[in-house]
Design a protein around this ligand. Structure first.
Ligand code: TNX
Length: 535
């Protein structure tokens, strides 16, 4: 048994995600009113965040000038552990966290939080009471680094809008699990949530729908620019980057409701869609539509500073293009093979603009053939389709629906809330393998990482979202961070980790005593073939 596996038998060393190496040391470190928190040059931001997280929950000031028995240091000595690696050594008289870069310190402080008693995680509620004996940490040496650089979660705020206060809490929960990407699905047929100054009707009209699947209840919501900018900064402090998604050329009905001239049906007025599924109304391919997309992307790039912008690209029926004279003209002018090639042409043109803005395009891919190769591909169909995309030269983020779509129920138990047809149980989420060992090295090298998808057709409220997310998001975080696969070991750690989630008020599905294996989700149809016009 490795050190980390034997350590996971001890509740206080059972961490999620699993660190690379955990060596228990004798004794405990006590955090009390005399404990100081010191930061070396460049480590101040991580130390400030650690203090901000711990002071309200432990009642301890952790002052920088108290002498300091907790030290955070940036050292070139840890360069071999990469940008997010760190070494954490807890001894009876000192805690030392060192890393080569600020992100390593941000991962390390989450490990430190998990080593404390679960009550030390919980903010709010009753006033913190420092136990008379202080807060105690087990002595240990942890050397850690992630397997994958992209460890994400997508939150669909288009189907059901979530207030920014909840999105911030969601970021906190991502950071606790060392997930580093929040992918915000901001637009879809049923709602447009990102304000665009040049096109105010996007949120005024596209941000509200009359009802959902006949429930008679209107739904609306949109962020302000200041809220989004604040969210980006909040996430960045925690080492989480926010990737915005603006869907095109399909999943665009909310935008078409706001600006009908961007569609394919002159004179037809549409409302934001009130049903779930794949909508036939898509963007037109005339010049005004590209101007619109460029204008929107300019503002997106102003608000979201990260390198990636997600352009959607999934599920784009071509029936409207087949009937549209403007589409015929575009096919002729660009020398395209037919309406199926307009999809790749459209995304290629939008990506060209992103490149001018210094950003990189991301897109959904089913079969691995739909996207121009400049795109990083988010592979949602099967793992093997992700491999095909990698072999075509895409960087790939693995998002196969059978193991990463958290909108499936977590068990076949009839008491589970309604979701997509099928089941994704905890084991299924844990079995997600982003780069299987039998893959060609050139395919495996292309895999940047993996992410969970929280589509919200069946989750309206934060409580419903959180139930779907937990504990499966923890399993995904474990597989994204650690290369070590050991289901019983994970389950044991997760069992202890549940006490932390409880302390934080996360009401996920409780761990069944003998987690069952359910039949996996039913296969989804492959999308219609489209071709990427500009390889
Ligand atoms: C497919 S696969 C979608 C979403 C739905 C989801 C429901 C893909 C990128 N798009 O529009 O919300 O299934 O599971």
């Amino acid at each position: 048994m490795t050190d980390a596996a034997s350590a996971s038998l001890r509740p206080d060393l059972a961490l999620v995600p699993r660190p690379d190496s955990v060596t228990p040391l004798p004794g405990r470190f006590i955090l009390d009113h005399h404990t100081g928190l010191r930061a070396g040059p460049g480590a101040e931001a991580a130390a400030d965040l650690l203090r901000e997280l711990l002071t309200p929950t432990t009642g301890l000031p952790l002052a920088p000038d108290a002498g300091g028995r907790i030290s955070l240091l940036l050292t070139s000595g840890q360069q071999a552990l990469g940008a997010e690696g760190y070494v954490l050594t807890v001894r009876p008289d000192s805690v030392l966290l060192s890393a080569a870069g600020p992100d390593g310190l941000l991962r390390g402080i989450q490990t430190l939080r998990q080593l404390l008693p679960p009550e030390a995680l919980a903010a709010g509620g009753a006033r913190p009471r420092t136990p008379a004996s202080g807060w105690s940490l087990p002595c240990v040496r942890i050397t850690d680094r992630p397997r994958f650089a992209w460890r994400g979660a997508m939150l669909d705020v288009a189907r059901y809008f979530q207030p920014v206060s909840y999105v911030r809490r969601f970021v906190d929960l991502l950071a606790l699990h060392k997930l580093n990407v929040l992918h915000l699905h901001l637009t879809d047929d049923q709602g447009w949530r990102m304000p665009v100054a040049a096109y105010p009707r996007l949120t005024e009209i596209g941000g509200r729908r009359a009802e959902s699947e006949g429930d008679g209840v209107p739904h609306e919501g949109a962020y302000t620019r200041a809220e989004l900018a604040g969210l980006v900064a909040y996430a960045a402090r925690r080492g989480v980057s926010v990737v915005p998604e603006i869907e095109m050329p399909g999943h665009a009905r909310a935008a078409l409701a706001a600006y009908p001239e961007l569609g394919n049906l002159p004179g037809v007025r549409l409302e934001p869609w009130t049903r779930w599924g794949v909508c036939e109304n898509v963007f037109g391919v005339h010049d005004a539509v590209l101007d619109f997309c460029r204008g929107v992307l300019d503002e997106v790039a102003d608000v979201f500073p990260g390198p990636y912008v997600h352009l959607g690209g999934d599920e784009c029926p071509r029936v409207e293009w087949e009937r549209s004279p403007a589409a015929r003209d575009r096919i002729t002018a660009e020398g395209l093979a037919g309406p199926g090639a307009l999809h790749g042409w459209f995304l290629g043109a939008a990506a060209e603009h992103l490149a001018k803005l210094g950003r990189r395009p991301l897109g959904w891919t089913g079969t691995g053939t739909e996207l121009p190769t400049a795109f990083t591909a988010m592979a949602w169909l099967d793992t093997e389709h992700g491999r095909a995309a990698a072999l075509r030269g895409h960087d790939v983020i693995m998002a196969p629906y059978r193991s990463t779509y958290l909108d499936y129920p977590q068990s076949a138990d009839p008491g589970e809330p309604r979701g997509q047809d099928g089941v994704l149980d905890l084991r299924g989420a844990y079995d997600n393998e982003p780069a299987p060992a039998h893959w060609e090295p050139e395919a495996a090298r292309r895999v940047l990482g993996t992410q969970a998808q929280l589509w919200t057709e069946y989750a309206r409220t934060p409580a419903e979202l959180e139930y779907l997310a937990f504990p499966r998001l923890c399993a995904l975080a474990d597989t994204a961070w650690s290369a070590h696969r050991d289901w019983p070991d994970y389950l044991r750690r997760q069992g202890h980790h549940q006490t932390r989630l409880d302390a934080l008020g996360v009401r996920g599905r409780s761990l069944p005593p003998h987690p069952e294996r359910n039949a996996p989700c039913a296969p989804r149809p492959e999308p219609e073939p489209t071709s990427a016009a500009r390889p």
